[in-house]
Design a protein around this ligand. Structure first.
Ligand SMILES: [Zn+2]
Length: 160
């Protein structure tokens, strides 16, 4: 049985038919149903258009179906919004709750973080570290400035 290559046939495309799918019949040859056939490298050199893959959720071997109580409207909205990502998203949230002390950020704050280009935990940590570093630099500059001010006023006092 032939596998999908998730690409459209570039030969067909060049003849005006952009939607003929390429199939893989062994590990090296691609072909389409219009009779075009070429090794993978030859097809790739013609820059075939990729077919975006739809991710279909499949439970893992150790997954069980769980029951939770949730507001029916919220559930409906979540299923609509997340689609195939519904199960993996909820599962990863549950896993997140089990991993130490999770920080959950939602709504307004999440939107603000996104606006600041902070998209995940790693980036939040990086920003917080940088902030501490800069705060330390400000402290040491303030200290230097204070020392100069003292010297300056000492010098002024001496000049009188
Ligand atoms: Zn073709």
């Amino acid at each position: 049985m032939a596998d999908r290559a998730y690409m459209y046939c570039p030969y067909c495309r060049n003849q005006g038919n952009a939607r003929a799918e390429l199939l893989i019949d062994n590990n090296t040859d691609f072909h389409c149903l219009m009779g075009h056939r070429a090794p993978r490298a030859t097809m790739m050199a013609l820059q075939p258009e990729m077919i975006p893959t739809e991710v279909h959720f499949k439970p893992g071997p150790n997954d069980v179906k769980a029951e939770i109580w949730v507001n029916s409207e919220v559930l409906m909205q979540a299923k609509e919004k997340l689609g195939q990502r519904f199960h993996p998203t909820i599962a990863s949230l549950i896993r997140c709750c089990m991993a130490g002390e999770p920080v959950v950020i939602d709504g307004q704050q999440a939107a603000e973080l996104r606006k600041l280009n902070v998209k995940n935990g790693a980036e939040m940590v990086a920003v917080a570290k940088l902030n501490n570093e800069l705060a330390g630099q400000v402290d040491s500059l303030t200290e230097q400035l204070n020392r100069w001010e003292t010297r300056f006023s000492d010098a002024m006092a001496g000049a009188k």
